[in-house]
Design a protein around this ligand. Sequence first.
Ligand SMILES: [Zn+2]
Length: 374
Amino acid sequence: MNLILQVTSTNPRLSLSQLLSQPLGLDVWEVKSDYLVLRAAEPQAERLRRMGYRVEQLELTDAFLSTFATAEAIAGYHSAASLEQDLRQLAAGRPEIVELREIGRSVENRPIWALRIAERRRSTRKVLFLGCHHAREWVAIEVPYRLAEYLVNHADQNPVQQWLTQGEIWVAPMVNPDGHEFSRTEDRLWRKNRRPNPDGSFGVDPNRNYGYMWGTLDVSTSSQVPSDETYVGPHAFSEPETRAVRDLIARELFRGVITYHSFSQLILYPWGYTAQPITEPDDHNLMVTLAYQMQKLIYDVQDHTYTPQQSSQLYPTAGDTTDWTYGIYQIPSFTVELRPQTIDEGGFILPPNQIQPTWEENQPAALEFIHRVL
Ligand SMILES: [Zn+2]
C-alpha cells in the first residue's frame, strides 16, 4: 500500500460507485462525486487501469507521511496512557459528577474507558459519545475528550447543569486503544484493532464488527479478507472492543449516539449496509433534520461545511456502529467525520493546530444533540 492514488472515470458506464461495489482490497480515503483517493499497492493500481479507470499517482505513502507525520504532529495528540491520565484527573476533580468506568479490555488487554458525567442518582435519559474506532483517526479522540472536559468545566452552569440533573452523558473517547498505540509507534496509517488473524495478518475493523446486517457485503469498504483494511472479522462482535460498546449500550440504553471518525467533514446517518433509506418516516425525518441542524451549527462557527448524507452514499458498509445502534435500539445515531476535508490538508494526519478549531466548530452540534435527545 505504498501509493496514494486519485481515481477518476471518463467512461459513463464505468462509475466510481461501481468500483466501490467490488472486493478490491483498496484503502479508500476520500469519496467525492468526481474522484476517489485511495491507498493501494502497484498491482492494485495496475488492475484499476486495466478495468478502464484513470489512475493518477498523487504521492508515495512515505512522502505523504514525511510531510504530515512530524514529531510535532505526534506530540499534539493523546496516547492511550495520557488519555487515561487526563480522564482520571477529570474524574478526580469533580468526583460528585464524574465517574470513570472501565467498560472492557482490548485484544492486548488495554482498558477501554468511559466517563459517566451526571449527578449521582440514576436516570433513564442518557446519551453516548464514542471516539477512535479507527486507530489512525486521532482527532476523533480529541473532540469527544474535549467535550467531556467542557461538560465537567461547565457543570455548574446551564444548560449543562440541568442536563446533569436530569440525565447522564457518557463519553468513551478511545474505543480502539491497541490500534491507536500501534498507529503512534509503528504505523501511522494503521486502521484496525490488533487481532492476530489466522492468515498471519493483523486486525479486524471494529467499525464493521457490529451485529446488525453484519458480513452482508463483500466490497473494498467492508471486506471478508482478513488482511484488508475493512475486514469485518470472523463473526459479529468477535472483538472485545465492539463487545465493550455493545454491553455498555445494552446496559445503559442510551437515547442517542454520536461516534466520531475522520476525515472528510460529513454527518452520516443509517443505513450503511443498503442504499435504501430508513423506512420508519418519523425516524428518518428526525435524523435528517438533526443532521442538517448540526451542519448549520458547525458551519456557523468557522464556515466549515460538514455534509449530511446517508452513510451508504459515502460507500457501502455492513456492521458499522450506527447501523447497529439504530437497527437494534431505534435511537438517533450519527457518524461524524471530522476535519479535514481532503488529503491535501493531511487527511488522517490532521495538523495539531487544527484540533482546537475542530472541537470549537463541533461543540454547538454536540450540545444540540444532547439537548435534543436527552
Ligand atoms: Zn473511521
